[in-house]
Ligand binder design. Sequence first.
Ligand code: DUR
Ligand code: ZN
Length: 137
Amino acid sequence: MSSSEPTAPEVDWDALTAAATQAMHAAYAPYSDFPVGAAALTDDGRIITGCNVENASYGLTLCAECTLVGQLRLGGGGRIAAFACVDASGSVLMPCGRCRQLLYEFRAPGMVLLTVSGVRTMDEVLPDAFGPQNLQN
Ligand SMILES: O=c1ccn([C@H]2C[C@H](O)[C@@H](CO)O2)c(=O)[nH]1
Ligand SMILES: [Zn+2]
């Protein structure tokens, strides 16, 4: 591997999924009855969390990833090195398409996600992503 390639961080996935499960208990999901918790390890070693927050309009629902990104910013910023989200049964969930884009914006080099098919890179779950780089002309 060349030295310019980012390496995946050592991640305590049990700790991250435990944090996601704890956050899931704060979810507001009376419409879907599908609470979700998310957790991320930041590039400076913090764990931040999020939960889904639904709305009577349905379409205005905030996924757990949305509130997690808010927490990232409120906590002083930083980048996401590793991410996991879980449902009420503790099963790993895939972020929806919109949330993959949200996570992409704040990815650290080599960011990894816990997925239903194992640990994956951001590029694997959102290949050829649109991003800030596309706004340069
Ligand atoms: O990764 C996911 C997938 C779904 N949801 C939420 C949105 C909605 O409130 C509920 C059912 O789709 O689950 C998340 O928060 N994150
Ligand atoms: Zn989503």
